[in-house]
Design a protein around this ligand. Structure first.
Ligand code: HEC
Length: 107
């Protein structure tokens, strides 16, 4: 007789893999923030406050980037893509300790 956990595993593992892939596929459609999206305003805020470090396209290559000890995040990295919207929002709101990325919550 096969051990029972083998049957369980052969059911559970594919379910988890499929759920994970769906999570990846629909990553950007999951509403993660309480604020409604406002692309026009967001762009203006980005250009005014973020572009100097993060660059026009978010590649982390803004004119201010070279002077920084900690490089501004390139949001096209896979690591950023995998970071949840909640976590990114938290970084923007509260900043990163010992980094030029300060909190923007009160700005
Ligand atoms: C003074 C330069 C500077 C400015 C201005 C700046 N950032 Fe950053 N930002 C950084 C740096 C440096 C990091 C990387 C911090 C680390 O990894 O320690 C970062 C990280 C981030 C991250 C995390 C990305 C990730 O993959 O985890 C987000 C999101 C972000 N910034 C958004 C913004 C937004 C939105 C603004 C404008 C409101 C902004 N930043 C303005 C320097 C800046």
């Amino acid at each position: 007789m096969r051990p029972i956990h083998h049957d369980l595993m052969s059911t559970i593992v594919p379910v988890i893999v499929v759920a994970g892939l769906m999570g990846l596929a629909f990553h950007s459609f999951v509403p993660a923030q309480d604020y409604p999206a406002d692309i026009t305003r967001g762009k203006a805020v980005y250009q005014r406050h973020c572009q100097a470090c993060h660059g026009v396209g978010g590649w982390g290559d803004g004119p201010g980037a070279q002077a920084l000890k900690v490089a501004p995040a390139n949001v096209h990295r896979f690591a950023s893509f995998l970071t949840s919207d909640e976590k990114l929002l938290r970084t923007i709101e509260f900043g990163v300790v010992f980094s030029p990325m300060h909190a923007w919550r009160a700005s």
